[in-house]
Write a protein that binds this ligand. Sequence first.
Ligand code: CP
Length: 315
Amino acid sequence: MKNYTNINDLDNLQNTVQETIALKKKPLQYEQLGKDKSICLLFFNNSLRTRLSTQKAAQNLGLNTIVMNFGTEGWQLEYEDGIIMDQNKAEHVKEAAQVISQYCDIIAIRAFASLVDKQKDLAEEILTNFQKYASVPIVNMESSVGHPLQALADAITLEEHRAYHKPKVVLSWAPHPKALPHAVANSFVQMMHLQDADFVITHPKGYELDPNITKNTTIEYNQEKAFKNADFVYVKNWSSFRDYGKVISQDKDWMITKDKMNLTNKGKFMHCLPVRRNVVVADEVLDSENSLVIEQANNRTFAAQIVLKKILENN
Ligand code: CP
């Protein structure tokens, strides 16, 4: 694997999940692999889990880690070719990506969607330009369109809790006061397309995700109907894709409550975090023994570690 920008960059999701579950039992077994090598983690946006778990993963592989809050501490980057740079952007990505490649063996980037310019977001302006100009592998730590490290951690968590039967997995929209990107939901959908599961997305009308991502996935606009007999309920807010980046309604009735979880097959509650208590999900669900959110966060380390391991082995 040269880069990890999408869950489909993995040769085989199921094999990777099994390899990660094995790795988790002895996480320091490859600590020589990254010896004398470095990874640069570039953050254009805030993070808790991604930042710490990716550093921890790198450390487990013996990689030296350089972290930069690019969004607040780096020069503002220009991405367009042939432009006269006489405004506020001090450096072109062409130089920046090549320069950073001199300092490390892998570049990992977090760069959220603007939720303003749909075409630029869909084109993954930051990620694709770094990929174009860097001479080292690129890892996506959440871009405009996807969050494949989260999706891999979620696949590991699903596998660790799956029963013997084909599971019913529901991705449910939930309310949020701010406009949020589609990346987590998109990557979860793409990951579920690689699973043998009964997969349903539920959201209010108007919150349809990009049809190029959802493809033929079943969409159920009645949340309670969708929850019936679910084994896993994965919850996430996202803004409108059609009316790009807009919060078209708060729909507080869509918050995840104990009554709704009681419709499921003793379903497990999943969320990538951070989560707003009693807006997205009621305390009693988040604090229940069926909540997997801390396990998901823990699996972020091992998801990142298996990805970095595969990149180190292949480059
Ligand atoms: N789930 C996730 O990516 O968390 P952070 O935004 O805190 O990194």
